[in-house]
Design a protein around this ligand. Structure first.
Ligand SMILES: *[C@@H]1O[C@H](CO)[C@@H](O)[C@H](O)[C@H]1NC(C)=O
Ligand SMILES: *[C@@H]1O[C@H](CO)[C@@H](O)[C@H](O)[C@H]1NC(C)=O
Ligand SMILES: *[C@@H]1O[C@H](CO)[C@@H](O)[C@H](O)[C@H]1NC(C)=O
Ligand SMILES: *[C@@H]1O[C@H](CO)[C@@H](O)[C@H](O)[C@H]1NC(C)=O
Ligand SMILES: *[C@@H]1O[C@H](CO)[C@@H](O)[C@H](O)[C@H]1NC(C)=O
Ligand SMILES: *[C@@H]1O[C@H](CO)[C@@H](O)[C@H](O)[C@H]1NC(C)=O
Ligand SMILES: *[C@@H]1O[C@H](CO)[C@@H](O)[C@H](O)[C@H]1NC(C)=O
Ligand SMILES: *[C@@H]1O[C@H](CO)[C@@H](O)[C@H](O)[C@H]1NC(C)=O
Length: 412
């Protein structure tokens, strides 16, 4: 029996006496049992889902196979604990753009919005089922008006000790997973598909964005999307990304960092290993802002290891003058320093979009990158471009492949 329920009974007992209180548990228990397994009501299922999640007499909340919950109002599911959400069926967010535009949760960080915020401690989301964001209406609306604020499909907000596994995530309007102020979080066996069926692309459909979070694992997953496969945003620390197949994405990206004046962004202790990256803009990438009025930060101890790339425009990238012209970058080098980076065992093919270039490690002037290691980069461009070429600027490289890069250009 839950704490709140006990308290309610105690209070009832005090107020009305034992005879009345004795009848309360039976009727509440009967209600609670059925409330833990959700059915489609034909209208908005958000209230029933919220009350089951908040009900401590439902340690497991089940959405049975064959059931589609229609979510027509926002889900504030924060501060819950010891909850197993057994999603065998589908949770589908409706595409009432007007409602969500006015009512979605908002985050000032990169002007994000969310359908559902899930937080608290000791939470599992599992079961083989599906989250469906009805993204097509959003992809089409965004193509007409790029001020359209599209909700994130799943946001873990202030969540600790969470496992999300064996879930399909389809038709996300924008980012698919946002981990915001979380700790000890594992995603495993997630299948993401954000693909438009119209001529309007499924833009900004990042697989995962990790922000102000520590100790996050993302493993054994398939991602088919239209922006970063995984992105490490400010203050992502101790992150393991392993065994992902990313298709159509913008790569595994640190950043962009140092965007906002007055803010300090840290990304530290990241390992991305055993990654298959296909038909992508980037493979392994670090990007940090330079220029006037930007922020500061540190990117430290990042390893990209065992990438097998196929048809990737820019397989290996550091861009420490992100969104900044060469002249501005020379005048205002990045305040986001980059240290202790390993690009190891990166094979496969580039697309030829950058002709023969398969790696570009371009730092700001003035010694803002140090201890960048390159070993076993064997990516080849399409044969018509000849041998692979390797570019670098304002960085001293170490490792077996240093000679491939030759002497890095310097600017000041
Ligand atoms: C979510 O609900 C909790 C109380 O249950 C409240 O404190 C919090 O402000 C709500 N969060 C948002 C973003 O509405
Ligand atoms: C992975 O998740 C899918 C559901 O998306 C499930 O059918 C499959 O059994 C899971 N695989 C493992 C190894 O658990
Ligand atoms: C990191 O998270 C994992 C999975 O939740 C947990 O087993 C491990 O103890 C955590 N590590 C630390 C240092 O807290
Ligand atoms: C890698 O992930 C895939 C799912 O994308 C899974 O089928 C496979 O078993 C995983 N491999 C290992 C070694 O865990
Ligand atoms: C992979 O991405 C490419 C480019 O976006 C797309 O054409 C292709 O259909 C995708 N492959 C799969 C298996 O979804
Ligand atoms: C990141 O963490 C540092 C402390 O390590 C803090 O000073 C900074 O404000 C945080 N930045 C963000 C964007 O949360
Ligand atoms: C570097 O990061 C890895 C995780 O990728 C971690 O295991 C290792 O301890 C870190 N090294 C240092 C010196 O902190
Ligand atoms: C390189 O990475 C591939 C893919 O992850 C892996 O199969 C292979 O064993 C790695 N080779 C070395 C020498 O680490």
């Amino acid at each position: 029996m839950g704490f709140i329920l006990q308290k309610a009974i105690l209070l009832t007992y005090v107020l009305t006496g034992a005879a009345y209180a004795a009848s309360v548990p039976t009727s509440l228990d009967a209600r609670a049992t059925s409330a833990c397994t959700l059915t489609a009501s034909g209208s908005d299922d958000a209230p029933a889902f919220l009350s089951a999640a908040a009900d401590s007499s439902c340690p497991t909340v089940t959405i049975p196979s064959g059931t589609t919950l229609s979510i027509q109002s926002k889900l504030n599911m924060t501060g819950i604990s010891n909850k197993y959400i057994d999603l065998q069926g589908t949770i589908k967010f409706n595409d009432d753009l007007d409602y969500w535009t006015d009512n979605a949760f908002t985050f000032s960080f990169q002007d994000q919005a969310a359908f559902w915020i899930l937080g608290g401690t000791n939470i599992v989301l599992d079961g083989g089922g599906t989250l469906d964001g009805s993204g097509q209406a959003w992809y089409d609306a965004f193509a007409k008006d790029d001020d359209t604020v599209r909700p994130i499909l799943l946001t873990l907000y202030q969540a600790t000790d969470v496992i999300v596994q064996n879930i399909k995530m389809i038709n996300g309007p924008e980012w698919i997973n946002f981990v915001n102020e979380g700790k000890n979080i594992v995603f495993r066996n997630i299948t993401i598909s954000a693909v438009s069926t119209s001529s309007h692309a499924a833009k900004n459909t990042d697989g995962w964005d990790i922000f102000r979070s520590d100790n996050v694992t993302i493993a054994d997953s398939d991602i088919n999307n239209g922006d970063d496969c995984v992105s490490f945003k400010p203050n992502a620390t101790n992150i393991l990304v392993s065994n992902l197949s990313c298709n159509g994405s913008h790569g595994i990206s640190v950043g962009s960092l140092g965007q906002y004046s007055g803010e300090y962004d840290l990304v530290q202790n990241v390992l991305a290993t055993n990654i298959r990256m296909s038909n992508a803009e980037n493979g392994a990438r670090i990007k940090a802002w330079a220029g006037k009025n930007v922020g500061s930060g540190l990117v430290k101890n990042i390893t990209f290891d065992g990438f097998v790339e196929s048809n990737v425009d820019s397989p290996v990238v550091i861009d420490q003058c992100y969104e900044t012209s060469d002249s501005d970058c020379a005048k205002y080098p990045s305040n986001t320093y980059i240290e202790d980076i390993w690009f190891t065992n990166i094979s496969g093919t580039s697309s030829g979009k950058e002709k023969a270039v398969v790696a570009s490690l371009s730092c700001s002037p003035d010694g803002r990158c140090s201890n960048v290691n390159v070993n076993g980069i064997t990516v080849t461009p399409p044969s018509k471009y000849g041998d692979a070429s390797f570019e670098c600027a304002n960085v001293e490289l170490t490792g077996d492949d240093t000679s491939l890069f030759g002497t890095c250009t310097t600017s000041d």
